[in-house]
Design a protein around this ligand. Structure first.
Ligand SMILES: *Cc1c(COP(=O)(O)O)cnc(C)c1O
Length: 346
């Protein structure tokens, strides 16, 4: 059995997109250039981020991966005795091995389990009120993932309302935007509308899943929060000496809305996959497909037959809740082949 070249296991299993790869090669032709972010590409990226987000005051930092971006961002918001309210399925809770707690010197995560991977006003309000006094940690931040770990999206109205609740409780707002591109593509709004205009103070802006090799941005919209942040980045081993090789592909992705084109494509492939799966007997879609993830309930025997055919994907929720991720390069043919194989298995 030949293994399919493309899989639905994760959007980070895809390779580097041509635009990012070309930028990497071009940056390498530049000879010796200043290190640690003093190169022309990194300087240009900081300025480009301000234009992208329609603000003069955004502060941008590049780090190696999304876990570091989240953990560093939260460490700038929370002191060791403070805490971040987040979803029970959030990446910071389930997939970062305690990095947010370590980077902040102990600040806890307070998890809330609400439907569809989306926090609600009532849940955030209750979590912020739950404990009083110095015997318990003090809620200081709210972390929202956009698009969420379950492939859903917060509307701009939902983001604004959640941020308002956060403000009422004195919480700063962090957004885990590992798939911010997929959300902005789906919402069809300006990046500023999906971030600071909706109350976000700091964004972990990822493009690795959308076509970069590595390198995630941390964007502070409140410059005061970025004070001394360069030291945190360095101390936690996240300062790239050859930063141009992170920055140049980033610039290329932001050029001509390449990042949005790739995200729109991934979202469209997820919609195609969902449409293909919906009519298959024995298969049930579990969450609204709004970005580039499809969650489907697949009987264990069906999963086994698909895996025997070479398909790789994660069983995420219980024994039958499978996650199928589409990437910037997922082809319609791959989607259609998977749907055909599942129809034969189901
Ligand atoms: C992939 C992902 C990250 C980043 O993960 P790394 O492997 O550390 O780059 C962060 N948040 C979410 C929601 C993700 O899916």
């Amino acid at each position: 059995m030949t293994e399919p070249a493309q899989q639905f296991a994760s959007d980070n299993q895809a390779g580097i997109c041509p635009e990012a790869l070309a930028a990497l090669v071009a940056a390498n032709a530049g000879g010796h250039v200043p290190s640690y972010g003093d190169d022309g590409w990194t300087v240009a990226l900081r300025e480009r981020m301000c234009r992208l987000f329609e603000t003069d005051t955004a502060q941008t930092f590049l780090v190696f991966n999304g876990t570091a971006a989240n953990a560093l961002a939260l460490s700038a918001l929370c002191r060791p005795f403070e805490a971040t309210i987040c979803h029970a399925f959030s990446h910071i809770e389930t997939d970062e091995a305690g990095a947010p707690e370590v980077f902040s010197g102990g600040a806890k995560l307070l998890t809330v389990d609400t439907p569809g991977g989306k926090l609600t006003l009532d849940a955030v309000d209750a979590a912020a009120r739950r404990y009083e006094g110095f015997h318990h940690v003090k809620a200081r931040a709210l972390s929202l993932t956009q698009s969420t770990e379950l492939g859903t999206i917060y509307s701009l109205a939902e983001l604004g309302a959640l941020s308002a609740v956060a403000r009422r409780h004195g919480l700063r707002v962090h957004m885990d935007g590992a798939r911010f591109a997929n959300a902005v593509a789906a919402l069809g709004c300006a990046p500023a509308d999906a971030s600071w205009r909706a109350g976000v103070d700091v964004l972990s802006f990822g493009l690795t899943k959308n076509g970069l090799a590595l390198g995630e941005a941390i964007v502070f919209f409140d410059a005061a929060l970025a004070e001394s942040f360069a030291w945190r980045v360095k101390q936690m081993g996240q300062l790239a000496s050859k930063m141009r090789f992170l920055a140049a592909p980033w610039l290329a992705m932001l050029e001509d809305d390449t990042w949005l084109r790739h995200a729109r494509h991934a979202n469209a492939m997820a919609a195609r996959l969902a449409a293909g799966l919906a009519p298959v007997a024995g298969v049930r879609l579990l969450h609204t497909v709004e970005a580039n993830a499809v969650f489907a309930d697949l009987p264990v025997a069906v999963q086994a037959r698909l895996r025997a055919k070479g398909w790789r994907f994660y069983t995420f929720l219980g024994e039958t809740g499978c996650r199928l991720m589409c990437a910037w390069d997922t082809t319609p043919e791959t989607v259609d082949r998977f749907v055909a194989d599942i129809a034969l298995s189901a």
